[in-house]
Design a binder for this molecule. Sequence first.
Ligand SMILES: Cc1ncc(COP(=O)(O)O)c(C=O)c1O
Length: 397
Amino acid sequence: MSDLPVSRTIALAERMQAIEPFRVMALLARAKQLQAEGRDIIHMEIGEPDFTTAEPIIAAAQEALAQGKTTYTQALGIPELRTAISAWYQKQYGIDVPASRIVVTPGGSGALLLLSALLMNPNDELLMSDPSYPCNRHFLRLVEGKARLIETTATSRYQLTPAMVREHWNEHTKGVLVASPSNPTGELLSREQLQALAQVCRELGGVLLVDEIYHGMVYGEDAVSVLEVADDVLVLNSFSKYFGMTGWRIGWLVAPEALIPEIEKLAQNLYISVQTISQYAALAAFSPEAVAIHEARRAEFAQRRDYLVQALRDLGLIIPNVPAGAFYVYADVSAFTQDSRNWCLQLLEQEGVAVTPGEDFGTFRCDEHVRFAYTDSLPRLQEAVARIQRFIQTQSV
Ligand SMILES: Cc1ncc(COP(=O)(O)O)c(C=O)c1O
């Protein structure tokens, strides 16, 4: 018999009741189980490009390892990378964002954690759209703050407007967090909208945070960086999506110069520095060879989007606007169900197509929405659409 003490219940912090898992993980687990049983599953549930990291980036990581780059770095990131990101702003947007305002972070997630800790006092709130990326509200809860979710519809491209911000602003409001392009809707904020949101936050004494991690993944209209129109804002970005480096856990944030020493304190304490190997690898993400690969992939995503939006519309799903970017289609499935979670589960069981129910992104009409990620090849998406069609037909008899 073991000498270890009898197992007992360990009391957890209250906040754990508010921190929810990604509900899609249960669906993903079931999809994997079906796959292990030999079923052919089409994965359209995951927010991750299906391409592996571009070869020049992998080569740079191998080279850095061979040179023994394995120790901690500066908490704010290696100077070469901060300078390279600054040069990217110059090249892509024609704007001067000095390296001294850029902080390398462990993914966009790390940036969100730093910014939450930086800004929020207990009970402070950030305004966000419903639907939006679910982790944001949990980062805030972790630092005893709150997300105030505001219902949005296709009329405002599922984005917050200055009027909504004014209407919902209260004594606890610290600022506004938006994403452009957004997850799950792929919708952009225009230059004028970004300018107006920055202005309303300024007027009301708060701060605008903009998640630009899907920049680069746009298929028509260009994504405007809020840094083109304001510098009293906080921006986060990532190497995960356009640069295809999800597993390397690296991103960055841009903040006003005066806040950088405060962010540095947090970074030093929370994680010391970002993965060294990832920082050297990311340097190569801006090389012409890597950018050519990213651009070819972008062209492929554009083709997939154009196909999928039309094909789903033809099946009777409602997609009011063609999403401008990211790799998601947020579709209204109310013609078929008022219970999108169950609809997704049945679609997986019957046809082996995995998609994400709206409940992962908020509560407003979430039971009538589903997110489709076009993170598989065009022929696989065509197969998925054929299966969804069959599913809808069998449901209606
Ligand atoms: C809108 C949004 N922000 C932030 C993230 C975090 O991504 P990462 O930590 O990989 O940069 C994601 C991931 O899917 C996202 O969709």
